[in-house]
Design a binder for this molecule. Structure first.
Ligand code: HEM
Length: 116
């Protein structure tokens, strides 16, 4: 992928599952809205929907999260904002990626892990 497009988000590809459809954020635009201190606070506690591996970001050291901020800011703004997420049950426009989920464990809440 050319550097001009690095970290500009997943649009138009959406990630669909029981959580609805999410689009990876355009970090090059999002970082412009935060100063470094705000990013460090925000990224330390981030809770996002799948498929964002937010646990991995929360587990990073402050030093690593600071390095990510400076790297992304160094790339500068590019691209367009990601589309808003869609609620569960709404069919996304193509293209979208659907995970192949295992059956729900016995005793799970009805519909909890059913792909739509
Ligand atoms: C170090 C790597 C990463 C960083 C720093 C990062 C950062 C973020 C942040 C800050 C958000 C919140 C959105 C916002 O503030 O507007 C977000 C959302 C998201 N990210 Fe990541 N991300 C990383 C890796 C990934 C990867 C590897 C994936 C996919 C495999 C991914 C997929 C997503 C998706 C789908 C969302 C939207 C979640 C929602 O709508 O709730 N991210 N990411």
């Amino acid at each position: 992928m050319p550097k001009e497009q690095w970290l500009t988000g997943s649009a138009p590809l959406g990630y669909s599952g029981p959580w609805g459809t999410t689009y990876a954020t355009n970090l090059r635009l999002r970082m412009q809205e935060l100063d470094e201190a705000q990013w460090l606070e925000y990224s330390a506690h981030l809770r996002a929907r799948p498929i964002m591996p937010d646990f991995a970001l929360r587990a990073m050291s402050e030093e690593d999260r600071r390095a990510i901020y400076r790297f992304v800011r160094g790339l500068g703004p590019a691209g367009t904002r990601a589309p808003d997420a869609l609620p569960p049950g709404q069919t996304p426009p193509p293209p979208s990626a659907l995970p192949v989920l295992p059956p729900a464990p016995a005793g799970a809440a009805p519909g909890a892990a059913e792909p739509h």
